[in-house]
Design a protein around this ligand. Structure first.
Ligand code: IMP
Length: 171
């Protein structure tokens, strides 16, 4: 669906745009494990403002392809975020249920600012309104893998985004 070259070009654009917006500030990039790890690695290197990294893990799909709506923090941040500029790095915004919960939780810790960058955005799928300032690509409602996104922990290392054939997960 999206080639290696297209992803790299868009990530460089996002890095430049975000760096311009945060000129003179230090950004704490908070990646949501595990899917966002690959995007974080490339995005952080495309940024020119000072960057710090932290990680959270929340429960998501497991090996199914439907959002459960159940969100649990499996790993919390190591850093305090009060008074800091936090940019949450997500792999894909689908129903928005995961992010909604996460943003509410992070906002209660009183960061100086709190924004979201997502590589992919399944347009029209959001069940809750999410203010996502930066988005790499809008994608149709298909189950995608690669560039960090998995199906049952597979395919994360593909350098491109591909559509998983339904026969790979349907009986
Ligand atoms: P949401 O809570 O429905 O927005 O789901 C967000 C999470 O579900 C993402 O961070 C992914 O981990 C996972 N997810 C949603 N859609 C896909 C997909 O098409 N491929 C792989 N993972 C997905």
């Amino acid at each position: 669906m999206i080639s290696d070259e297209q992803i790299q070009a868009r990530v460089r654009e996002l890095g430049a745009q975000i760096s311009a917006d945060y000129e003179g500030k230090t950004v704490l990039l908070v990646a949501v494990l595990r899917g966002a790890a690959i995007f974080l690695a490339d995005l952080s290197r495309a940024m020119t403002v000072p960057v710090e990294l932290d990680f959270m893990a929340v429960s998501s799909y497991g090996s199914s392809t439907k959002s459960s709506g159940v969100v649990r923090i499996l790993k919390d941040l190591d850093e305090q975020i009060e008074g800091r500029h936090v940019l949450v790095v997500e792999d894909i915004l689908d129903t928005g249920l995961t992010l909604k919960y996460l943003l509410k939780n992070l906002a209660s810790r009183k960061p100086a600012s709190l924004e979201v960058v997502t590589l992919l955005n399944k347009e029209g799928k959001q069940r809750v309104p999410i203010s996502c300032k930066y988005s790499g690509f809008s994608v149709p409602d298909e189950f995608v893998v690669g560039y960090g996104l998995d199906f049952a922990e597979r395919y994360r290392n593909l350098p491109y985004i591909g559509v998983l054939r339904p026969s790979a997960y349907q009986d």
